[in-house]
Unconditional design. Sequence first.
Length: 239
Amino acid sequence: MELITLEEVDSTNNYAKKNLKNFSDKTVIRALRQISGRGRLNRRWVDLGENNLFLSVVLKPSETFSSVYTNLTQYLSVILCQLFEEYGLHPEIKWPNDVLINGKKIAGILCETIMQGAALKGLVLGVGINLNSTSSELVSIPGNAATSVNLEIDREVNPDNFLDMFLKLFFKNYDEFLEKGFEFIKSDYLSRACFLNKQIQVEVLNETKYGIAKFVNDSGELVLYNNGKEFTLNIGDIL
Ligand code: BT5
């Protein structure tokens, strides 16, 4: 594992993608300031200052795509939960990979796949983690439902220490996860899931699906029941 720290960047994911060929497998790009952080579907990730984490993990696990890579964001969401639990918090996962504390978003994950024809050039797994913020800064975030670790535990968090713990835990079981897939993390994922057996709405590519979130299958997909019908979703946003 190699860690590269940048003072300022538009987006660590953009930087990792632009310079992908220069990075080997398991290179981590961290930026102290990120001025145009991205979420999914062109949404923004708000920079709450240097005492927070913005990073992208460059992964080059194989030369062709494997379906297990679609579960990397879920693997990462479990790692984040385990870290927050070290701070005495009770994080929950909203399918597929949002990490919430008391119903508020504390971290965001964006995984991008870079292909050239059928060849996999790499994966860029980006994560923003709110460690230190103020209630007034959080108000600027669209949706008004964000939090940070310091506000939940009433003390500042050292970003370097957190990053250190994050990298150790992420890479500890990473190779085994790639071999075994979602099933390897399934029970850790489900024990933190906050959406099961509830009537939910999921936005899937401009369409809204309604139903009861019945279970998450062995591929990490969400299975919804509605009027006796079953829908299996592999992407979407629970509203
Ligand atoms: C995400 O998107 O949650 C993925 C965010 C990934 C950010 C990292 S930072 C390092 C790397 N480089 C990048 O450019 N990106 C990655 P999504 O599920 O689309 O959620 C975006 C929504 O989260 C926004 O529309 C806001 O409502 C909310 N949001 C934005 N900034 C936030 C923050 N700092 N804390 C909590 N919520 C935030």
